[in-house]
Design a binder for this molecule. Structure first.
Ligand SMILES: Cc1cc2nc3c(=O)[nH]c(=O)nc-3n(C[C@H](O)[C@H](O)[C@H](O)COP(=O)(O)O)c2cc1C
Length: 358
């Protein structure tokens, strides 16, 4: 029996045969920031997804904040990613690259002792994951206004590199407490220049980055990920409905391939998140919407039936079920993901989850 999840949809120029999206998933298996052949196996195993969104991928050395995350700033990385996009396309899949700058969610160990950068010199609570273990976050260095064009240029070049590597498009990562999210929220952005203060000023960097990336790829190949209710990485805002409401109005002008919303997660609710309901976001945004965050098949079907989203992304379920599409089709049992092998390691817990056929 086909389901709403199994019906096709067009996101910009991307023709998806189904609405089951593989969420972006950092797996920390790319030593020296170079994608590997094992990653080609992993992604091509999951090519029956309507769309694969790659793991978050730093746009520059400054944008790195975790060990063994694959980059997209040099030719060696482009050539390594090419093998992955070819492998996915050979399996008739589609794949976009998630463009990432971590901002303050980093550590001097990644930057030859230099401080991580951020909108303001405010340390997040918690620990960085460094190559030699967990270390408390440091107080980052506030970016000077005249450094911002260089960061926008890094996004533009990374988008160019993504197309050269054969990706079908890019997703701008503006969720989960990383650089672009840090600029949106007044808990992390206390700037007094044109990138801080008013709603208009706090969305400026994301809009300028989006314009640069759209200039390279065309809006019909660009998605943006937001987590309006997110508290992960010590995110806070005095009035999330105001900033995200204003942002969505601005994003309506762009005619993006899609907007990707991370729904409030249990952890956010426990951390006292000011939850913005999906219905409010759906109403405010006029384009195609992907939703993600704790969805199973039944909840995803209901969300599509209620017209609250156009497609649903699955994170943990895709880690453990390369053939998630087929399992949903057959209402078959699902493999259970093992959190011990989420980050780092080898093929175990990565490319060895079995398909239904075994
Ligand atoms: C191991 C792991 C790695 C993740 N890496 C990323 C990432 O690189 N970029 C991102 O935007 N979200 C990342 N997320 C968040 C997921 O994309 C997703 O929003 C989250 O897991 C909730 O969806 P789920 O309940 O279907 O897993 C990650 C989540 C997990 C569990």
């Amino acid at each position: 029996m086909t389901t709403l999840l199994h019906t096709p949809i067009k996101l910009g120029v991307l023709h998806l045969p189904n609405r089951i999206i593989m969420a972006p998933l950092t797996r920390m298996r790319a030593p020296n920031s170079i994608p590997t052949d094992l990653m080609a196996t992993y992604y091509s195993q999951r090519a029956s997804a309507g769309l694969i969104i790659s793991e978050a991928t730093p746009i520059s050395p400054q944008g790195v904040g975790y060990p063994a995350t694959p980059g997209i700033w040099n030719q060696q990385q482009v050539e390594a990613w090419q093998k992955i996009t070819v492998a996915v396309h050979e399996q008739n899949g589609r794949m976009v690259l998630q463009l990432w700058h971590v901002g303050r969610i980093s550590h001097p160990d990644f930057h030859d002792g230099d401080l991580p950068v951020a909108p303001s010199a405010l340390a997040p609570k918690g620990n960085a994951i460094t190559p030699t273990g967990m270390k408390p976050f440091v107080t980052p260095r506030a970016l000077a206004t005249d450094e911002i064009p260089g960061i926008i240029e890094n996004y533009r070049q990374a988008a160019k590199n993504a197309l050269a590597a054969g990706f079908d498009g890019v997703e701008i990562h503006s969720a989960n407490g990383y650089l672009l999210d840090q600029f949106l929220r007044d808990g992390s952005n206390q700037r007094t220049d044109q990138y801080g203060g008013s709603l208009e000023n706090r969305v400026r960097l994301l809009l300028e980055v989006s314009a640069a990336v759209i200039d390279v790829c065309g809006a019909e190949r660009v998605g943006i990920r937001l987590s309006p209710s997110g508290t992960f990485n010590d995110m806070a805002d005095s009035n999330p409905e105001a900033i995200f409401g204003y942002l969505l109005t601005e994003l309506n002008r762009f005619n993006l391939a899609y907007l990707h919303i991370v729904d409030a997660l249990d952890g956010d609710i426990q951390h006292g998140a000011k939850v913005i309901k999906l219905a409010v976001l759906r109403k405010a945004y006029q384009g195609k919407l992907i939703v993600c965050g704790g969805y199973d098949q039944a909840r995803a079907e209901k969300t599509l039936a209620d017209n609250m989203a156009d497609a649903v992304a699955f994170g943990q379920l895709y880690i453990a079920n390369p053939d998630l599409l087929e399992r949903f089709l057959q209402h078959a049992p699902l493999n259970v993901p093992d959190p011990n092998t989420f980050y780092g390691g080898d093929e175990r817990g990565y490319t060895d989850y079995p398909n239904l056929a075994g």
